[in-house]
Design a binder for this molecule. Structure first.
Ligand SMILES: O=C(O)C1=C[C@@H](OP(=O)(O)O)[C@@H](O)[C@H](O)C1
Ligand SMILES: C=C(OP(=O)(O)O)C(=O)O
Length: 445
């Protein structure tokens, strides 16, 4: 997709109860990592349940361009033949990550540990996002940034280190992308690479590195943090990866079922890694009925079946330390908050400003244009829930898939229909969102 493509608007209007059983697509974070670690391993990796969204497909293409064998073998089934740690070949053309911060930043880390040069680029949204946070530690490890836009913006060229250095790095913000970039570069360095985080971020890279044979430890650091240590230059071996359903995608049908009276839906295989389930904790505090059953795990990633029933919600205060475990879910939580009774205060959301859009302002604008009273106060978002939403607004999605899906969920129960200006970017993370929501009974036209 390019930002010059013609926009495809869509309207969402109140429907009868949502019902049915669905499996949302594979987790986006795990899908990126399975392709990247498969490409850095020796031998064959088989992935099932891969998210075939644009963000992940761009990572697959970049792995191919860097010399790995990447092949689709069936629906959501992929095979990767890796080149080994530090074995990437120099790509002949710029690597285009489209809309995806994760793909771009993790591959920057992997390339930084190889003696090659690669150009990184993306769409207008990705070109506006900060890359200095990744380049700073990678430069400490010996990589060079040959050229780049102001403030480390894309497009830029990374010249990987011939002899990468292991470092101990304290991440300046809770970010799994920074942590993962350092660990992936650290694979090629001799000795121990350590990442310290004061707030724990999602640990899929650590769990998957272990699954592929690396020696990696993670211990508590302070009240909410982790200290992660990776032993460099491991022989990673190809592995089987089963990708569970993405809790960040599940969030949309879950909130829709909670706000549409009489709804009851079931979602299978939803990943329940505790570093990803802050939204479920918050919704339960608001009074949501979300029942878990059939809890099981694969490659260290737990998953469960979720049964969600329409519920009367009340406003709550969400503490800032919960943000890393639900960082992509505040948009749709704000929709749930608008349908709740009472005020919801979401604190410490500064990282929302540097996502696909400025999500703090875009979320406030989405609610405001649909008649909800909302305030951005510093880095906090305050939503006045009145038990119903007037609707009737046209929402600007700003090349942001999660704004588009959140607005369509809001329309499922608002008094007047809600329109989004462009649905195209939904394909980055949840290509079947529209048909899946319609199959549950949503009225999108
Ligand atoms: O590592 C990952 O897979 C991700 C980390 C988060 O970003 P940050 O690391 O910038 O917080 C999140 O917002 C993104 O959707 C996926
Ligand atoms: C922030 C997101 O992704 P990324 O950083 O990979 O673009 C997201 O999917 O909400």
């Amino acid at each position: 997709m390019t930002d010059s493509d013609k926009p495809t608007p869509l309207q969402s209007r109140a429907s009868g109860p949502l019902t049915g059983k669905v499996r949302v697509p594979g987790d986006k974070s795990i899908s990126h990592r399975a392709l990247i670690l498969g490409a850095l391993a020796v031998g064959e990796t088989r992935i099932s349940g891969l998210l075939e969204g644009e963000d992940v497909l761009n990572t697959a293409k970049s792995m191919q361009a860097l010399g790995a064998g990447v092949e689709r073998t069936g629906d959501f089934a992929w095979k990767v033949n890796g080149v080994g740690v530090a074995g990437f070949a120099e790509p002949k053309a710029p690597l285009d990550f489209g809309n995806s911060g994760t793909g771009c930043r993790l591959v920057m880390g992997a390339v930084a540990g190889c003696p090659i040069s690669a150009v990184f680029d993306g769409d207008a949204s990705l070109r506006s996002r900060p890359m200095r946070r990744i380049l700073d530690p990678l430069e400490k490890m010996g990589a060079k940034v040959v050229s780049g836009g102001a403030g480390g913006r894309l497009p830029l060229t990374v010249q990987g280190a011939r002899d990468p250095l292991p470092i101990t790095y304290k991440t300046p913000v809770a970010s799994a992308q920074i942590k993962s970039a350092v660990l992936l570069a650290g694979l090629a360095a001799p000795g121990a690479t350590t990442v310290i985080e004061t707030e724990a971020s999602r640990d899929h890279t650590e769990l998957m590195l272990k699954h592929f044979g690396a020696e990696i430890t993670s211990v508590q650091e302070g009240q909410h943090g982790r200290r992660i240590t990776l032993v460099g230059q491991p022989e990673l071996h190809g592995a089987n990866v089963v990708v569970p359903a993405d809790p960040s995608s599940a969030a949309f049908p879950i909130v829709a079922a909670l706000i549409v009276e009489g709804s009851e839906i079931v979602l299978s295989d939803v990943m329940t890694n505790p570093l990803r389930t802050g939204l479920f904790t918050t919704l339960r505090e608001m009074g949501a009925s979300i029942e878990e059953s059939e809890v099981r795990g694969d490659a260290g990633e737990p998953m469960a079946k979720l049964r969600v029933r329409a519920s009367k919600l009340r406003g709550v205060e969400v503490p800032p330390e919960r943000a890393p475990s639900m960082i992509d879910e505040y948009l749709v939580l704000a929709v749930a908050a608008a349908f709740a009774e009472g005020t919801t205060i979401m604190r410490g959301l500064q990282e929302l400003r540097v996502k696909e859009s400025d999500r703090l302002e875009a979320t406030a604008a989405m609610l405001r244009v649909n008649g909800v009273k909302v305030e951005v106060c510093g880095d906090d978002l305050i939503v006045e829930g009145r038990g119903h939403v007037p609707g009737g607004g046209v929402v600007a999605t700003h090349m942001d898939h999660r704004i588009a899906m959140s607005a369509l969920v809001m329309g499922c129960a608002s008094d007047q229909p809600v329109t989004v200006d462009d649905t195209a970017f939904i394909a980055t993370s949840f290509p079947d969102f529209i048909p899946m929501m319609r199959s549950l009974g949503a009225d999108f036209s």
